[in-house]
Design a binder for this molecule. Structure first.
Ligand SMILES: NC(=O)C1=CN([C@@H]2O[C@H](COP(=O)(O)OP(=O)(O)OC[C@H]3O[C@@H](n4cnc5c(N)ncnc54)[C@H](OP(=O)(O)O)[C@@H]3O)[C@@H](O)[C@H]2O)C=CC1
Ligand SMILES: Cc1cn([C@H]2C[C@H](O)[C@@H](COP(=O)(O)OP(=O)(O)O[C@H]3O[C@@H](C)C(=O)[C@@H](O)[C@H]3O)O2)c(=O)[nH]c1=O
Length: 294
């Protein structure tokens, strides 16, 4: 496998893939204005113009709250747009790796979600991502849909960067403690995507295709994650910041988020022998890198 086309130019996962690509593997990043998921013509033309061995669809509309006020835009990009990518991957005969989200679930289950569990998104972003999954499954059999969650990294916008920014001029931050999930470092996602792409290119086994959950190991609430961020920052000389553990009802947002969005990664381990590192380890190294970069 020599060339991977990846959608998005500045996104967290795209940036991580570019950083982690081993010598000899070229990442061909496609982004706006030329590559726009909102335009079928642009998607087909851009992907047809690059020679690649696999496609990673990492571009998406990711603004969870804003999606509530422009659900059609989110649906167009995450739903129809994903379908255009799948259509082109099928035409080109290359495997497609597509990223989806924990927010396809309503969060009412009392255990980590498995791939076959019933979906039921609580908001417009989750609905649009679920439609993307359906488009991919219908149009490209040679595909893997990887549902990940709570992505952070040294790149782009994310919860870790938000907490470090808030902590600069506050001694205390209120963070919801009743939503559970799996913090996931985009750099770990990139390593796994590279290994998965390599397998797909060389192995036609249908068991490697379909939906897989792929998150950092271990679970946390957003408040747990915030506490770990401030602990990692304090260990590197930043002033201490307290986390006030609050309820979802104390932090009103336009979008409803799942109370339980923990994902069960057993299928990925069984079929690919891949497990992402424990979330606390990866979070600590990300905070370290962000602080050193300042
Ligand atoms: N962030 C998270 O917490 C999670 C993300 N995911 C999924 O993982 C994937 C990667 O997420 P992440 O890297 O965090 O995303 P980011 O929000 O960091 O980046 C999204 C990327 O998509 C691009 N993009 C947005 N709209 C379009 C469009 N119309 N045409 C082309 N490109 C577009 C953006 O480009 P531009 O720079 O031009 O804006 C940007 O490069 C997504 O599918 C997301 O749904 C899943 C679970 C959690
Ligand atoms: C900034 C902030 C957020 N929160 C809460 C709000 C929310 O419930 C939770 C996370 O807020 P954010 O808006 O940062 O995260 P959010 O945009 O909901 O993150 C989601 O993004 C999409 C793309 C995904 O696919 C999901 O997996 C998930 O990562 O933390 C606080 O309690 N206090 C705060 O100061």
């Amino acid at each position: 496998m020599k060339r991977i086309a990846v959608t998005g130019l500045t996104g967290q996962v795209v940036s991580a893939l570019i950083e982690r690509a081993p010598k000899g593997v070229e990442m061909l990043a496609l982004g706006r204005p030329r590559f726009d998921l909102a335009s079928r013509d642009a998607v087909l033309a851009s992907l047809r113009s690059v020679r690649c061995d696999a496609i990673v669809n990492a571009a998406a509309y990711t603004q969870v709250d804003k999606a509530e006020s422009e659900p059609d835009v989110a649906m167009r990009i995450n739903g129809a747009g994903a379908g255009f990518v799948a259509e082109t991957a099928a035409e080109l005969g290359v495997p497609l790796l597509h990223l989806s989200t924990d927010y396809v679930f309503d969060g009412t289950l009392q255990r980590p979600y498995r791939e076959e569990d019933e979906t039921g998104p609580a908001g417009a972003y989750g609905r649009s991502k679920l439609e993307g999954e359906k488009q991919i499954a219908a149009r490209c059999a040679n595909s893997v849909i990887l549902r990940t969650a709570w992505v952070y990294s040294p790149f782009g916008a994310n919860f870790v960067k938000t907490m470090l920014r808030l902590g600069e001029d506050r001694d205390e931050v209120g963070v919801v403690a009743d939503q559970l999930g799996n913090p996931t470092n985009a750099l770990d996602i990139a390593d796994a995507l590279l290994a998965i792409a390599q397998r797909l290119v060389g192995d036609p086994n249908p068991g490697l295709r379909g939906v897989f959950h792929m998150t950092g190991e271990g679970e946390a609430s957003w408040a747990d994650m915030a506490e770990a961020i401030f602990a990692a920052a304090a260990a590197r000389g930043r002033k201490p910041v307290r986390v006030r553990r609050i309820a979802t009802s104390d932090y009103p947002t336009p979008a409803r988020r799942p109370a339980n969005s923990r994902l069960d990664n057993a299928k990925l381990k069984a079929h690919y022998r891949i497990a992402l590192p424990p979330w606390r380890d990866s979070l600590d190294s990300c905070v370290g890198r962000l602080i050193e970069a300042k």
